[in-house]
Design a protein around this ligand. Structure first.
Ligand SMILES: C[S@@+](CC[C@H](N)C(=O)[O-])C[C@H]1O[C@@H](n2cnc3c(N)ncnc32)[C@H](O)[C@@H]1O
Length: 267
């Protein structure tokens, strides 16, 4: 068995390679973003409302589009990501767009080693906790970085979604809902450009909703709500159907695609 550090190293290399591919992809539509289009989705926009003047820590910010979208709305943002290529591009975009966000490259679990400030809001979204072997230190770090009364919000793919292997023909139920062992996948392309020739090599972990809630509540956060949603804002799974609202659902809606969770740091 490899160590978590070696898993993180392999994931970091893959995410570094993804940055260029994603920055050029239709999905991330960098030109539209530079011209003012927000990359934020309805779930987080509705949950966090007016962020003007608030301090916001964005965990696993990729190359910064969401962070900078919050900055454009008046939040004072810090973005964190393990990928130095992602952080470099985020810093370039921040400069080019004359915004005031800061970006820090580190493993999200080490955030408190590099950032001592506390924030009104901690935010993370869409494809994040699956890169972490254990959510307890993640929950602790979130509690450490929130001000008293501060808000944590996450919008994430539902753990049901990660029970399937999507790489071979029809999706097959293969992985545990809350499997402890790392899942290794190697494939050509990325979710933002399936035609890309880049090879993704990645280790991931499945976490059930109970694990998410417990990691946060044991760290001292009060869970305001945990909601499960049929509709995903991203069309990144096979055979999803577009709804009138522009979101994506499975044909039979047998299980949710997204969950959203809001929590408050009480003490
Ligand atoms: C799917 S993306 C997040 C999606 C983001 N909301 C977006 O649409 O741009 C996952 C991000 O997590 C980062 N990441 C993966 N493992 C990490 C870790 N251990 N610490 C910090 N960042 C990590 C990757 O570099 C990547 O930028």
């Amino acid at each position: 068995m490899e160590s978590n550090e070696s898993y993180f190293k392999i994931n970091k290399a893959t995410w570094n390679n993804k940055v260029k591919v994603h920055a050029a992809s239709e999905m991330y539509d960098l030109d539209a973003f530079k011209n003012g289009k927000s990359s934020l989705m309805a779930y987080e926009l509705e949950a966090l409302g007016n962020v003007e003047g608030k301090s916001l820590l964005h965990l696993q910010c990729h190359f910064g589009q969401d962070t900078l979208s919050w900055s454009r709305m008046g939040a004072k943002c810090v973005g964190v990501d393990i990928s130095d290529e992602g952080i470099t591009l985020a810093q370039q975009l921040n400069k080019e767009l004359q915004l005031d966000a800061n970006f820090i490259c580190c493993n999200v679990l080490d955030t408190s080693k590099l950032i001592a400030d506390t924030f009104d809001i901690v935010f993370t979204s869409y494809g994040v906790i699956g890169w972490l072997p254990d959510l307890e230190p993640w929950g602790q770090m979130i509690a450490e970085r929130l001000k008293k009364g501060g808000t944590f919000f996450m919008s994430e793919f539902h753990p049901m979604v990660w029970m399937f292997d999507y790489l071979e023909g029809n999706p097959t139920l293969k992985y545990g809902y809350m499997q402890d062992e790392a899942i290794y996948e190697e494939y050509e392309g990325t979710y933002a450009n399936t035609n890309s020739k880049m090879v993704s090599k990645e280790y991931g972990w499945n976490h059930g909703l109970g694990e998410v809630v417990s990691a946060l509540s044991e760290a001292g956060l009060h869970i305001d709500y945990l909601q499960e949603h049929d509709e995903s804002p991203y069309n990144i799974l096979p055979d999803l159907v577009k709804t009138h609202s522009g979101m994506y659902v499975t044909q039979d809606k047998l299980y949710p695609l997204i969950f959203t969770l809001k929590a408050t740091k009480i003490n």
